[in-house]
Design a protein around this ligand. Structure first.
Ligand SMILES: [Zn+2]
Length: 215
């Protein structure tokens, strides 16, 4: 069941590991096909999964195929699919993303490529992992077409049409967070002038993506 989605999730896990974004068993991935979702199991390293390790659930989270327990973050995967209709979700505890999640409520627009994430990513308030509160906070952070968000004191999340596209955005988010840390490290904590709405709209137009909505 969902063999192509399983293969894409496994490949995405390897990609994130090679990018250095995965630490131990942290992180999880999912891909949707219609009303079925392939998701990584709880306690598994997404760097070294087999397609058969994955679990298929329905939109309510009931296991349709597989013997493992789905990731503890299943509530936010389900909530984001319901809210956005996206095709795939990637989540890790990449270090720069976690660091910035402790500093900001919105990642400042220091670089124009943030438009590829739907605009400057917001930081969802801290809530216990796996909780419905965390899921609701993440859905709110993704409002208005945002394709990525940070989870305060926790990690990063990105969406995509497929797992590879979600990974690409997650890697870009981590790069933007590294940039932010470099800038505030150089200034002693001050955030310099950020790109304004017109600059971001022009960059989005050049990329052929939807311009960011309000922060
Ligand atoms: Zn997590």
């Amino acid at each position: 069941m969902l063999e192509a989605e399983r293969a894409a999730v496994v490949a995405a896990g390897r990609r994130l590991a090679e990018s250095g974004l995965v630490v131990g068993t942290s992180g999880n991935l999912s891909a949707r096909s219609g009303d079925l979702i392939v998701v990584t199991p709880s306690g598994c390293s997404i760097a070294v999964m087999d397609p058969d390790d994955l679990v298929v659930v329905d939109r309510a989270g009931a296991v349709v195929e597989g013997s493992a327990v789905p990731t503890s973050e299943l509530p936010f995967h389900l909530a984001v699919y319901d809210a956005t209709g996206t095709g795939a979700i990637a989540h890790t505890h990449a270090v720069a993303s976690v660091a910035v999640s402790c500093l900001c409520e919105v990642l400042p627009a220091l670089h124009y490529t943030c438009v590829l994430l739907g605009g400057p990513p917001r930081v969802a308030p801290y809530a216990t992992f796996g909780s419905d509160t965390l899921a609701a906070g993440l859905v709110a952070a993704l409002a208005g077409g945002r394709q990525a968000a940070l989870l305060a004191h926790h990690g990063s999340v990105a969406l995509g049409d497929d797992p590879d596209a979600a990974c690409e955005r997650l890697e870009l988010l981590e790069w933007l967070c590294r940039l932010h840390l470099a800038v505030v490290g150089a200034t002693g904590g001050a955030v310099p002038a950020v790109l304004d709405d017109a600059a971001l709209a022009a960059a989005a137009d050049r990329f052929g993506v939807v311009p960011p909505g309000p922060v």
